[in-house]
Design a protein around this ligand. Sequence first.
Ligand SMILES: [Zn+2]
Length: 75
Amino acid sequence: MDDSGIDRCPVCLSPATEGAEWVLLSRHRTSAGYIEYCLSACGCITVLRDGDLLKSVPSGIGRTSAPRGDRRGAG
Ligand SMILES: [Zn+2]
């Protein structure tokens, strides 16, 4: 299958909407290179190092390590 015309999210493989852009959440330099956190239009988060995919977090996941106890009314 060709990917021409339609971009797919590398994380959840859902077709990206036309003109959808990744949002750069954070970028910082480490001894191993530049680390970038990007948010997809579908809600997935990817971590890149020098442009290479290091880690991906599907949409809906990633709040498991949220601190608890300080705030009330979560959810
Ligand atoms: Zn996705």
